[in-house]
Design a protein around this ligand. Sequence first.
Ligand SMILES: [Zn+2]
Ligand SMILES: [Zn+2]
Length: 754
Amino acid sequence: MVQGVGFRPFVYRIAVEEGLVGFIGNNTGGVTIEVEGPVERLAAFRRRLREETPPLARIDSVTTREMQTSGEAEFRILASDAAGTVSTGIPADAATCADCLRELFDPGNRRYRYPFLNCTNCGPRFTITRRIPYDRPQTSMARFKMCAACQAEYDDPTNRRFHAQPNACPTCGPRIWLVAPDGAEIQVADPVEEAIDRLVAGEIVAIKGIGGFHLAVDATNEAAVARLRARKHRHGKPLAVMVRDLEAARAICELVDEEESLLEAVSRPIVLARRRADCGIADCVAPGIPWLGVYLPYAPLQHLLFADARVKALVMTSANLSEEPIAIDNNEALARLGKIADAFLMHDREILQRCDDSVEALVDGAPQLIRRARGFVPLSVPLPMDAPPLLAVGGHLKSVFTLARGRFAYQSQHLGDLEDIRGLDFFREALAHMMHTFDIKPEAVVHDLHPGYLSTLWAKEWAAERGLPLIAAQHHHAHIAGCMTEHALDEAIGLALDGTGYGTDGSIWGGEVLIARLGGFKRFAHLEPIPLPGGDAAVKEPWRVAYSALRAAGMEPEQAARLAGAEPEQTRIVERMIDRRLNAPMSTSLGRLFDAVAAVVLGRRVVDYEAQAAMELEGCAVDEKDKAGSEEYALELFEGGEPGSSNVLRTDRLWKALLRDLRCGESPRRIAARFHAGVATGLIHAAASARIETGINRVVLSGGCMHNRRLARLLRAGLEEKDFQVFQHRRVIPGDGGLSYGQAAIAATILNRR
Ligand SMILES: [Zn+2]
Ligand SMILES: [Zn+2]
């Protein structure tokens, strides 16, 4: 990553400091440097190239070659040619750097309190770029002509703002203003001060940021947050909280070192961390779970808000209704958020790419991405094989597509749920931009096996229009293939654990033990299938799943209904669905088993958002020890009935032990802990059986359930105890946000074989 990150000026500077002559230029492979001088100075140059790399630059490899000296007079930066910039792309957006921050609060600086200051080491990139090459005329800064002072910085190779494309100052750059919901400008001397006053008074302010608008409200004000929830139609789903700095984050969350590093990374993700009991954050910010999504300011405007001592913690949530794409345009924001926000803090630096905040958490001691967006896009993830140019469209929920070429996979930003035309429009717009940015023309398209997904239908149409070959990848195979590819494995035992995925038999899978290669897989074992009465309705109403699971475990209708918390009228309908197999697809999903247990143990009858029940169940056990009498709850592995059929992980013993504990008055937290341990134990037994059959000793863990930290920890510890090598996702999301990466790996493998 050498484009737009101050790499060439950096090389210029160290070459000049070492007294070397020559030049630096971009080419299709990256960067070429020719240097001439005394041997020991050349060695120093080479060392400093690695040791002093600018913060946003990334060197993957350096190749050196000796040449004849040519007697250059000085060291020069060659102009970049358009062809050369393609492979080096656009950098990701980066948080305000320490130097800029000092200037922001220095009354003597000409950019004092200027909300758009940035430099080569920080600022927006991806979100303001229309097309490559990454140069000012191709960004939304094109309309701002630099003043003489800014231009001088821009042209000076020794300046921190040399070729900083978004360079600006109060004289020549974007400006900020405040708008009422009716669109009229609110005339005030200082719009930021006015916005702060309103936030402190409990108002909801829509704030235009880097990748879109945020809705901001005082996170310590229970009534204000409740009002935001009501207006946004978002009831239970946790809201992210921004605080001034690390110290403020420590005051509301218990943080370990790795979490603190994540908070301060230039990508500035939202970090899911354990909240403190006395954190002072309104309860309704993250109801029912012991974690808080916390993050630090990453744009100058956000730093200005927090410079006021009255602003302690702000809910900063994507400005949209439920799962719609985030609003980016001033008029769009007014139209869509006019009934939500009390005021709008707007600016005239256009956002060209929608990009939510990224989310990360520390899982089993290492960072794991939960949502991939600002700060990560459009950075590539390596591929261990050579991929022909191809497009992997991903799944249905939390959509992310992947464009692959050669040894690189470029994943899109989080696109939300592909449920309607608005989601699809965002998908199309992001795809067009990324195809253009990296000049990738797909020669094949890979989609999920599910025939009804919007992404599948779209992929079929798009490929047909272009006469491209299509590949369908099974959902859980793609999850496992993604994790295998991250670790360059060619075969593995895969535990694919998630909510929903279309199986090769047309039923819903999600608790799968696969023997996987990249080109194919065998279903070694799966969770016992149960009917999901009502299909999608069962996902939103865990009591239905609980009822079905208890009936399958041999319980009478009345007893099952009582334990599931079902009304008598509802029970009759659901019983009929199960009995006649009407709108009751069979499912082996582990996510649904979590839902069922949450319904019975926590009384979580309906959910407001995906994975709520599972998160509450994990959260409930957060202070319990990992080992909690798991053997009695363990899923039991039974051989499949017919020859060649998969083994089944049965749940009857688990339910029996769980219900007995419940009857004996055992605490929900203890039961939740035992449930996690029992699930892990059963899956580890299954992996051990798979090893006996195949001799494979590597286990990869994938699927949305791997966001569950307790389960991830238990599986790794238990598998390593049995001398397995265990692999988890690191740079790719375990849930559906990472699906397209695995799809791309499967397609590349199949296409390379052809
Ligand atoms: Zn900076
Ligand atoms: Zn200026």
